[in-house]
Write a protein that binds this ligand. Sequence first.
Ligand SMILES: [Mg+2]
Length: 238
Amino acid sequence: MQKKYSHIFFDLDNTLWDFGKNSFLAMKTAYDYFIANNEVSYDVFFEVYTKHNKLLWEGYRYKQVTKKELTRKRFELTFEELKIQHVDPEKMNEYYLAEMPGQKHLNAGVIELLEYLKYKKYYLSIITNGFSEVQLKKLETSGISGYFQKVFISESVKTPKPGKEIFEFAIKSTNAKKSKSIMIGDDWDVDILGAYQYGIDSVYYQPGINTELQASFDRNKNNIIHFIQNFDEVKNIL
Ligand SMILES: [Mg+2]
């Protein structure tokens, strides 16, 4: 039987690469180096940092914040809020980024999934928002780069998800057909609505699934959005 899909496009952070665990560990080494003598506990520091980082990434996605501003301000605003003085935000950012790609935790079932898809001869690519040097190292360190024929990174493509340009660029560069392509990601606004608005099917990977979203999109037949809670369920789709 002919397969419904031929090309699979994966998000990287939080979908394959366990971003939460890995960034927590990488930031801990930066914290120990720059801040450990301070009164602020690591858990509090990481929570405040995560809040500012998330907001700044939203600004970056909508082109209101540049890369340089983002990397500086996520630390600057954290220091301000926690009254941490005499730490250079750019130096701490550099240290953290250097530690990040050295972390190699993957989400549960990732290797089994990639082995399964490889065996089934799908063409696998990555579409990720992030900085090129960092994202490529993550793929190498975690040992999964060999599964992917192409890697599309927003910094190199010069346009991030959910904009349709990066999806279009990826589809054209891999000689894929839109009707035979599917995007797998964990971020509703970025991966799933991005793919949907561009016009390809998608798989929304969410361990704590939102059934409300599922109910409202199941009925729409333009493009299918599959909902999964673990990677074993991919075998029902691909
Ligand atoms: Mg993600």
